[in-house]
Design a protein around this ligand. Structure first.
Ligand code: CTP
Length: 143
């Protein structure tokens, strides 16, 4: 019996890599049903000030093809900023995030908002040494 029924994790997941896979596999080991909420291209350009290498529709297809993922949904800029909105639109028992977010103002507020509702946040270990930004750097250096 797993700890949670429905879990969700949010991210861009551009240039899909093993850090993303480790996150999904850890999430799925803790919940029966894993939803991956994928940030759209407007989030990447407007909030991260980056250009997505792989368009959102393709990033979503890649995530959906993984056996540890049960459902993939698009997530809006508003839902990413306000996890209460995400919760009301897509109910879940637990929000999973890489532990690089632990202690941030946004997540401290979300913890306070979720607590009275019995919704949890689980911080999972960030995989060191790999990221989308790092992959871009390596590609750039080897051009
Ligand atoms: N993540 C992780 N380990 C990594 C990279 C990402 O656990 N090595 C987690 C993040 O903590 C987040 C999720 O994966 O919960 C989505 O991260 P995302 O921003 O899409 O990936 P990054 O590789 O971190 O992208 P960037 O370098 O552009 O920030």
């Amino acid at each position: 019996m797993k700890k949670y029924k429905i879990g969700i994790t949010v991210g861009v997941f551009d240039l899909f890599h093993v850090g993303h896979l480790n996150l999904f596999e850890r999430c799925k080991s803790m919940c029966d049903y894993l939803i991956v909420a994928v940030c759209q291209d407007d989030y990447v350009t407007q909030i991260k000030n980056k250009v997505p290498v792989v368009p959102a529709a393709e990033r979503m297809r890649i995530c959906a093809a993984l056996k540890c993922v049960d459902e993939v949904i698009p997530v809006t800029i508003e839902e990413t900023a306000d996890k209460m909105l995400l919760l009301s639109n897509h109910p879940f028992d637990v929000l999973f995030s890489g532990d690089d977010w632990k202690g941030s103002d946004r997540y401290k507020l979300t913890e306070e908002q979720f607590a009275p509702l019995g919704v949890h946040i689980e911080y999972l270990p960030y995989t060191q040494g790999i990221s989308t930004s790092k992959l871009k750097e390596i590609i750039e250096k080897n051009k």
